[in-house]
Design a protein around this ligand. Structure first.
Ligand code: ADP
Ligand code: XUL
Length: 540
């Protein structure tokens, strides 16, 4: 039997999946999540984020991630329910963009991790900065502007790296650190992404960065998948020697370190380069061909698809990333995803059942009531000053606010993904909120597409396990087609199909114009939408 392990080190939790890839019985053998706030309360995180005074700043703790990994490996060894000796390869997925700063003493510390002592105490000493800026950080507008100027403008940077400068992308975060804490930067020998940091812990040596995750840094030449000297020079001094190498998604970093084999009895399985959660989700939702998209409703809401040829968003909102297949992926990311839905749910004292019922007592289009759910600074569209905006929506009306938050989220995704030019007829839905069929019905109606749930809900984690399988085959000289890799795992479940309702589709085609007018108004780019709303209502 050959077993592959996948991890997902996400914003709020660490998940592990073990899969059996034998053709006749492909299945998930084990799946477990460890929620940081609940199970590692001594770090004091809220939704996986350390408390901050400045609402634009968001950091988390690399020590917490290491402790979580250590605990999860112990759980797998103890409760996995399968023969550990069958584990052939391990890979992972991690929240994108976050960065971990490591001292020069780390290579030796990685190789000499002592199996007799917990990992966390040994890792804390490796860090040249105790916290890690993460994807929710929006504090680097000045650094983004400076990087953009230095590389010759937003379009030039987008053509080079796949995206214009974004506050959460690693480059501007590195620049901020290098300028505000030059001593800390001088102490830093290596800057890892969350993904390559975790892979380094497993392999006991510095792991490379996988280009899918590397394209979330504003530092990588996306066409050639190598570091872009102009972007590096615009970011921080002496950066090249601090960055890990870039290596294909199927790179074997090395065997599992002695720490894990001796402490928990794992075999010296192949550790495969980790990638970002969105690139891993692409594989875990089975989007290995052009023409289909997936929508992930996790902490962030993301919409993504696979592209054979690069295409950059002319409006500068969307991203072009590398795909683990060696192709490209297009992506839009909205920060106010699950946590915004939770804010509305909690404000009206509901649970998810009550939240879902609100769609039965309100109608599609919500009578033209619009919410711009910017509870936190938003990524798509760019909103640095958080604040919920409501148009024709009574803040006290629970059901209307529930419908409004979901409709706005779906309309923002469709509006800001038009540049992808994909004619969508099928959507694979994933992420924690994809179990909510009321939300998926709005998704189907807004996109006029069939929506499917997937057998394995955590597609990022599944994608990581499938990437481990793919890499293991490549390493054995038996490369396997991606269609075969995902078959039987990342397929939509026919019985879960949610069809668009034609009458609702027509309403949303009109509501999209209302939403667009409200968004433009809120961003100071358009007039008062009162007439557009009135025209919508008059036809409703
Ligand atoms: P991430 O991987 O980004 O940490 P997940 O994909 O695990 O996040 O999604 C977690 C979120 O799923 C929670 O924050 C919660 O809001 C949401 N969620 C869980 N169950 C439901 C439900 N029944 N309806 C809507 N949202 C849900
Ligand atoms: C994508 C993004 C988020 C994070 C966390 O660009 O910022 O989706 O990867 O999930």
């Amino acid at each position: 039997m050959a077993i592959y392990l996948g991890f997902d080190l996400s914003t709020q939790s660490l998940t592990a999946i073990a899969i059996d890839v034998e053709r006749s019985r492909r299945r998930v053998l084990f799946e477990r999540s460890l929620v940081f706030d609940d199970e590692l309360p001594h770090y004091g995180t809220r939704h996986g984020v350390l408390p901050q005074d400045d609402p634009l700043v968001a950091t988390s703790s690399p020590s917490m991630w290491a402790e979580a990994l250590d605990r999860m490996m112990a759980v797998i060894a103890r409760e996995g329910g399968f023969d550990l000796r069958s584990v052939r390869a391990i890979s992972g997925s991690a929240q994108q963009h976050g960065s971990v700063y490591i001292k020069g003493t780390a290579p030796a510390a990685f190789t000499t991790l002592d199996p007799a002592r917990p990992l966390v105490g040994q890792v804390s000493g490796m860090l040249s900065r105790p916290d890690a800026p993460i994807w929710m950080d929006a504090s680097t507008a000045a650094e983004c502007a400076a990087i953009t100027r230095a590389v010759g403008g937003a379009e030039a940077l987008a053509r080079l790296t796949g995206s214009r400068a974004f506050e959460r992308f690693t480059g501007s975060q590195i620049k901020k650190f290098a300028e505000r804490d030059p001593t800390g930067y001088a102490r830093t020998d290596r800057i890892h992404l969350v993904s390559s940091f975790a892979a380094s812990l497993l392999a006991g040596r510095h792991a490379p960065i996988e280009p899918g995750d590397g394209s979330g840094m504003n530092l990588m030449d996306i066409a050639h998948r190598r570091w872009a000297p102009a972007a590096l020079a615009a970011t921080a001094p002496d950066l090249l020697r601090r960055l890990p190498a870039l290596a294909f998604s199927w790179t074997v970093v090395g065997p599992l370190a002695r720490y894990w084999t001796e402490r928990y009895g794992f075999p010296a399985a192949r550790v495969v380069a980790w990638s970002g959660d969105n690139p891993c989700s692409l594989i875990g939702t089975g989007i290995v061909r052009e023409g289909r998209i997936a929508i992930s409703l996790g902490t962030s809401d993301t919409l993504f698809g696979l592209l054979h040829e690069p295409r950059v968003d002319p409006s500068g909102t969307g991203h072009l990333f590398g795909a683990p297949t060696g192709d490209y992926m297009s992506l839009v990311c909205c920060r106010n995803g699950s946590l915004a839905r939770e804010r509305v749910r909690d404000a009206h004292g509901m649970d998810w059942v009550g939240f879902s019922r609100c769609f039965e007592t309100t109608g599609p289009g919500n009578g033209g009531a619009i919410m711009l759910p910017w509870f936190e600074p938003e990524i798509t569209p760019t909103v640095l000053q958080a604040g919920v905006r409501r148009y024709g929506l009574d803040p006290a009306d629970g059901p209307a606010n529930v419908r409004a938050v979901v409709e706005a989220q779906m309309l923002a995704l469709i509006l800001h993904s038009r540049w992808m030019g994909v004619d969508v007829d099928t959507i694979h839905a994933t992420g924690g909120a994809a179990r909510n069929r009321a939300i998926l019905q709005v998704m189907a109606d807004v996109h006029d597409a069939d929506v499917y749930q997937l057998e394995v809900g955590n597609s990022a984690c599944l994608g990581a396990a499938l990437r481990a399988y793919h890499a293991d085959r490549v390493a054995d000289g038996l490369p396997t087609d991606w269609d075969d890799v995902v078959a039987g795992f990342a397929e939509p479940v026919a019985a879960t199909r949610i069809r668009p309702v034609p009458a609702h589709v027509a309403v949303y085609a009109r509501l999209a114009r209302v939403y667009e007018a409200c968004e433009a108004h809120a961003l100071g780019r358009g007039g008062d939408p009162v007439e557009v709303i009135a025209a919508f209502r008059a036809r409703a």
